[in-house]
Design a protein around this ligand. Structure first.
Ligand code: MN
Length: 493
């Protein structure tokens, strides 16, 4: 769905979820600004049993002048009802009738069925989706300081103070928003009430500690989700706990916060594993967050959630092997020889983006990395939108340039960002790899974590069905790629 698609309607209501949080308010307000600019009759509302009382939300609404109304009934049927950060029909949003429904949300849903629904679970906040959609509709949200502040704060509170951002569009909102710098401390320092501090205390008092694997899980009573990160950071400091998950019930489901302080467990991966099929998770190696939809798990209650999560974490611990490239030897009996097929890739020389010696941050689906622009550094891209740097010498020995602009099929096109925060969409030319290189490979039978010779601290993950590959000319250089990509790149000798 594009925001433009909503312009065929005139009488529009935008609804935030019940028990609103900054993300739903900011997202609703973003859509409100867009529709208002196009001269629509539009209202921004929320409902539910209670009116907003939390101090940070009251400050946000008051200081930013957000025209949100609390309603318990809609006295008429609008042409269009747009739900922000939620979907009509779910348990966390009061049911109002409308002729047509639209939604923008970042939670996994079973109701993802309408052309007017825009659901992107890989985004950490709905505000990040709105920022992208507004820009795509030609609406410059960032020149409106009030809206920029709202969206930034929406992302901030949905990611435990930015510690769990994952998608590159989340990173863009974090890095580029021109928000009111003086308002943020006020908002972030009025989050906790006295009763919430006590909830934090209760959660600390009821930790379930798995002694075998050294992880902990606890559930806090219904509270501001930002408490979770705070409680979690404290739990992780216990000497016998390496990995910790804190959860609480929020509007529409269960929010989880995940922390790891050991190299063998990646918090983002664990969060994705725990929420697999029932929600979504994202973040970083040490800090991550996630959401479990109550639609998918209606039986989860405060008294069995800790058991459920602990069970999934235990399964996670028991479901993978670890391979360390340093001590690995090629298993000749299990591996076959494959030959690399010629590949079309994208490339751009780094000093063609910004001038020589500029430090450039390259942002792509996976992660950001920095290079110093020079004729010796080439940025490569594959068709899935991953980007990585190689030296010009390596490029010349592996690839030859060919005609045409390289097509990236990804929901986020790689960008280059200069130190002055100037962002540029990268345009890649095509090149062809020469192919012919030989490798040993085998299909993984179990999930595997691989510490390569290049990085002994951070592993790369393979799922069962992916391929483990060792270069024939350098058998210590092993890596993992997924099954689909493997078949694209290699053929059996
Ligand atoms: Mn949200």
């Amino acid at each position: 769905m594009k925001l433009m698609d909503l312009l065929v309607y005139n009488d529009i209501v935008i609804q935030c979820h019940d028990y609103p949080d900054p993300d739903t308010i900011a997202s609703g307000y973003g859509i409100y600004c867009f529709l208002k600019q196009h001269g629509k009759k539009v209202r921004l509302i929320y409902s539910g049993p209670n009116e907003i009382r939390k101090p940070n939300l009251l400050i946000m609404i008051d200081r930013l002048g957000i025209p949100i109304e609390y309603v318990t009934e809609l006295k008429y049927t609008p042409e269009l009802l747009v739900t922000a950060d939620c979907i009509h029909g779910e348990t966390n949003v009061t049911d109002f009738s409308a002729c047509v429904y639209a939604a923008v949300d970042h939670h996994v849903s079973v109701r993802n069925c309408s052309e007017l629904y825009e659901i992107r679970p890989e985004y950490a906040s709905c505000s990040s989706i709105i920022a992208v959609m507004l820009r795509e509709s030609g609406f410059d949200w960032n020149s409106d300081e009030v809206l920029a502040t709202a969206l930034y704060y929406g992302l901030y509170t949905d990611t435990n103070s930015m510690s769990e951002v994952s998608h590159p569009s989340d990173r863009d909102l974090r890095d580029f928003a021109c928000y009111k710098k003086d308002l943020l401390p006020l908002l972030t320092n009025s989050v906790l009430s006295l009763s919430e501090i006590q909830i934090a205390g209760d959660a600390l008092n009821s930790i379930n500690n798995d002694q075998e694997h050294h992880f902990a899980v606890t559930c806090a009573k219904r509270c501001d989700p930002n408490i979770l990160g705070y409680v979690n950071d404290l739990i992780l400091q216990v000497d016998t706990i390496d990995v910790s998950i804190v959860c609480c019930f929020i509007s529409g489901g269960i929010k989880i916060s995940v922390r790891s302080c050991i190299n063998d467990i990646n918090a983002m991966e664990l969060s994705k594993f725990v929420t697999d099929g029932i929600g979504s998770g994202g973040g970083h190696r040490q800090k991550a967050g996630g959401f479990i939809s109550s639609d998918k798990m209606p039986d989860l209650k405060p008294d069995n959630i800790v058991e459920f999560i602990s069970g999934r974490v235990r399964t996670y611990y028991e479901s993978f092997d670890i391979i360390r490239a340093e001590t690995y030897t090629v298993e000749h009996d299990k591996m076959k020889i494959y030959v690399k097929k010629p590949q079309i890739m994208g490339f751009v020389q780094s000093n063609m983006i910004f001038e020589d010696d500029t430090v450039i941050r390259i942002r792509s689906v996976e992660a950001d990395f920095e290079v110093c622009a020079s004729s010796d550094v080439v940025i490569m891209a594959d068709s899935r939108g991953s980007a990585y740097p190689i030296s010009r010498a390596k490029f010349d020995s592996t690839y030859e340039e060919c005609e045409g602009v390289f097509d990236v099929r990804s929901d986020y096109h790689p960008h280059a960002i200069s130190t002055e925060k100037e962002s540029q969409r990268l345009i890649f030319s095509c090149c062809r790899s020469r192919g012919g290189a030989k490798v040993y490979a085998r299909r993984l039978e179990r999930n595997t974590k691989l510490f390569t010779i290049w990085n002994k601290r951070h592993y790369i993950s393979g799922m069962s069905g992916d391929y483990l590959i060792a270069r024939m000319d350098d058998p210590g250089d092993i890596y993992i790629i997924d099954c689909e990509r493997f078949n694209e790149i290699y053929k059996e000798q």
